[in-house]
Design a protein. Structure first.
Length: 136
């Protein structure tokens, strides 16, 4: 995958967000970590106890979904503040699904790629290898 200079790469799961900016060129990306402030989670429960089923996820899943909503808010806010023009999202599959539901509509054209993999906590060489494999 060719990654333009200035592209932001977001790597997240239901608990952690890491952001990088490509300061290299399309052929030879150089990812530089960006500071990540606190991600505000949004409580998805109604305060009523439910049995744990697919229709009523457990508290941990609700927390992870709330975190994903907070990540979508962070990314949308960055886009609306003109902090990036291009975005690549690498996220755990369920988190990616939650993100898609919550992106700001104006940001959608900026999303260059979405990769459904849980790579939080992986080193930069691993991220670069996955991005290179996506190039194909």
């Amino acid at each position: 995958m060719l990654i333009a200079n200035g592209t932001v790469i977001a790597v997240c799961d239901g608990e952690k967000l890491s952001l990088y900016r490509n300061q290299g060129n399309e052929i030879a990306p150089s990812l530089v970590p960006l500071a990540v402030g606190p991600v505000e989670t949004q409580n998805r429960s109604s305060g009523v106890r439910h049995r744990n089923t697919a229709a009523n996820p457990d508290a941990q899943q609700l927390e992870e979904d709330g975190f994903a909503a907070g990540v979508a808010d962070v990314l949308s806010g960055m886009f609306l503040a003109n902090e990036f023009q291009h975005l690549v999202v690498i996220a755990a599959p369920r988190t990616l699904g939650e993100l898609r539901k919550r992106y700001h509509g104006q940001m959608l054209p900026a999303i260059q790629a979405e990769i459904a993999k849980d790579l939080t906590g992986h080193a930069l060489p691993t991220l670069l290898a996955v991005l290179e494999a996506e190039r194909g």
